[in-house]
Design a binder for this molecule. Sequence first.
Ligand SMILES: NC(=O)c1ccc[n+]([C@@H]2O[C@H](COP(=O)([O-])OP(=O)(O)OC[C@H]3O[C@@H](n4cnc5c(N)ncnc54)[C@H](O)[C@@H]3O)[C@@H](O)[C@H]2O)c1
Length: 363
Amino acid sequence: MKTLEVSTSSSNYPVYIGDGIRRNIVDLITSTRCSYTKLLIVTDSAVDAIYGSEMVRFLEQKWSVQKVVVPNGEQSKSFSQFEHIHTKAIQFQLDRSSCIMALGGGVIGDLAGFVAATYMRGIDFIQVPTTLLAHDSAVGGKTGINHPLGKNLIGAFHQPRAVIYDTSMLDTLSDTELRSGFAEVIKHALISSNDFLSELMSIRSLTELSKEQLAHMLYQGIQVKASIVQEDEKEQGVRAFLNLGHTLGHAIEAEYGYGAITHGDAIAIGLQFALYVSEKHLGLSLNRSDLKEWMKGLGFPVQIRQDISTNIFVDRMVGDKKAIGGRVQFVLLKQVGDVTLQSFTKEELHDWLEKWKREDGCL
Ligand SMILES: NC(=O)c1ccc[n+]([C@@H]2O[C@H](COP(=O)([O-])OP(=O)(O)OC[C@H]3O[C@@H](n4cnc5c(N)ncnc54)[C@H](O)[C@@H]3O)[C@@H](O)[C@H]2O)c1
């Protein structure tokens, strides 16, 4: 098992990564030196079917445990599920010394974390990530739900007490979801170092990764995320670098329709655009076509749909919560590992998107 310590201005917590470590979950939780009155597991229907009862069995050895299950998928990051879990927490009489466990991917981590952030003005929560993408979402304390008018608009910063990442749980993940999470690993490599990126680019098939490769890759990705969060917990500065590829990515997700494209596939397209602008605007010397072909070979989409107009994507980007005064804060690379923020007007963004689509970004 590998352990990584995350230290932010509001708290310190361990991230445990290892094959089969959920079997020691009681010891791992106890070693964070927290004593809890009750534990509420929040999970989704698909994860519950595989891991739900086993997790209850493990935890019942030490605590009084209840479980609340929401439908799987992005639509559960909603006001109604948020209220539903609060209702269950009240009925189960969780108190300030109780703990919520998020057992699932990024959706469950964000949703359960936000309930923990708000129940009785904040109680502990533990992340048990079960997707590859959640190596990103489980660390850093961003929690929240979607508003019908936009993704992740309602939320709070609330750091978990511990992150317990059992890599063997990724065995049951679909190839599509595995790829989705890998997009965030690529992003972590792009914003951190050429070595990490070259290591990743030697991977030709995600389904043939060994357990050791997977654990090593996750460790590196989490390290990148943790070091940024440590420096800038509340996204006043460098944390925004984690949004590389996300400005267009979020617009694509919203426009194609949640469920029609995974978060990671949308980010994969967003990354191509961000790298194009980085090259043309800042002289990034990365071999973009190699990276694009490699990602394509792994199954990622790398071009945007032709049938949705540039204006529609630009309007979405300007409406993003990271836009300030109508200017879009765009993350670009000067070089791999050397990240910068550029602010673009709506018109500038429109021009860049049009150019990219003409040159190589359109299906
Ligand atoms: N808080 C953050 O910092 C942060 C960062 C990145 C993304 N996110 C959020 O994360 C969410 C996406 O997360 P995700 O991609 O993990 O999606 P997800 O939680 O919806 O999981 C994807 C699918 O995989 C299933 N699943 C999960 N674990 C499984 C397993 N081990 N075996 C079989 N099936 C399993 C789920 O039931 C779901 O259907 C988005 O809402 C995004 O906004 C948050």
